[in-house]
Each structure stands twice: as C-alpha cells, then as structure tokens.
Design a protein around this ligand. Structure first.
Ligand SMILES: CC(C)(COP(=O)(O)OP(=O)(O)OC[C@H]1O[C@@H](n2cnc3c(N)ncnc32)[C@H](O)[C@@H]1OP(=O)(O)O)[C@@H](O)C(=O)NCCC(=O)NCCS
Length: 146
C-alpha cells in the first residue's frame, strides 16, 4: 500500500489526527480527552497518514529553546498498523521538514517500548529521564541531521 504522509489540512483531519494520539498515547492510561494536546500545536509541524476516515500514524516536530535543535513528540501508530514501517515514514517526513528549517539536531523523549524503534532510525540514548503517569520510563534520545 502506498501511504502518503501529509500535514492535517482542515478541522476534520486535525480531529482524526488528535484522535489517534488520544487512542494510542492517552486512553490506555485513562487520561482525559484534551490531554493529547498542548500549547505548542499552532507553532509545530504535524505529520499524519490517513487510511479512509481514520488516522493510522502521526507525529509532531516542535522547536526547542536551543537554536538549531528540534524535538519530535506524539509519535503514534494505530495498533493494527504497527510494524509496517509507517512510524519510520512519519519520522523521515519530520526529519525532512527539520532540514527545511535548517535544524541540525533532533531530540526526543522516547518511551521505553519505543527505544529500539528510534535506534533503528539512527537515534542514540543520552540518558534516562522521567516516568510518565508514574510508570512509563522515558529516555532522552538524539540524532544529528546531515
Ligand atoms: C513506536 C511506534 C511509533 C513505531 O512505529 P511502527 O510503525 O510500529 O514502527 P516501524 O514499522 O516504522 O519500525 C521502523 C523500524 O524500527 C524497528 N522497530 C520498531 N519497533 C521495534 C522494537 N520494539 N524492537 C526492535 N525494533 C523495532 C523495525 O524493525 C523497523 O526496522 P526496519 O526499518 O529495519 O524494518 C509505534 O509502534 C507505536 O505507536 N507504539 C505505541 C506508542 C508509542 O510508544 N509511541 C512512541 C512514544 S515516544
């Protein structure tokens, strides 16, 4: 299947995009609707893959306080579509947008279960950081963009 990575273009697509974040990253920990969004949505770059009326993969690139360094957040792939290279497609899209913005490095906070995924894409662990919802260990990871 030739999936297309795109930015959400209208209110309906943003609804589907945030819904995937919520279903994968928040609902399993009984978090409230709305917790899948933050104050940086309007200033970030969004990537999604649509399959009919469902968002099946998504991720976000945001600026950091450090010049030239971007951060990837809210990476999620629908459980039925995981392991089919869609996450990789989203990261590659966001890295390309980061290069467009002259960023030289990407950092991210990886959940423990996603560390091997990011390693496969060239990211290295810097250090363990925080536990989300009191249980999900995170690791600061980084990658230099060429
Ligand atoms: C983590 C996640 C985004 C990865 O997306 P995905 O579409 O399942 O991963 P991909 O199929 O694109 O994998 C890309 C590469 O990483 C590797 N990889 C992925 N998960 C892996 C794992 N758990 N262990 C080892 N390698 C892994 C794949 O083998 C693949 O390598 P290849 O390109 O050489 O074949 C997705 O599984 C997910 O949404 N998980 C739940 C939510 C989550 O944890 N999000 C991350 C928050 S930081």
């Amino acid at each position: 299947m030739n999936y297309i990575v795109q930015s959400p273009l209208n209110a309906r697509e943003f609804e589907l995009y945030y819904d995937l974040r919520y279903r994968v990253l928040r609902a399993p920990w009984n978090q409230a609707r709305g917790s899948e969004q933050d104050a940086s949505e309007n200033t970030s770059t969004h990537a999604m893959i649509l399959e009919g009326d469902l968002c099946i993969a998504c991720g976000r690139l945001q600026k950091t306080e450090t010049e030239g360094v971007g951060q990837i957040r809210f990476m999620a792939v629908d459980p039925q579509y995981q392991g089919k290279s869609l996450g990789k497609r989203i990261v590659h899209y966001l890295e390309a947008r980061a290069k467009d913005e002259q960023l030289r490095e990407i950092i991210l906070q990886s959940r423990e279960n996603a560390v091997e995924f990011y390693k496969a894409l060239g990211y290295e662990i810097v250090e363990p950081t925080f536990k989300l919802f009191g249980e999900i260990q995170h690791y600061l990871m980084r990658k230099q963009l060429n």
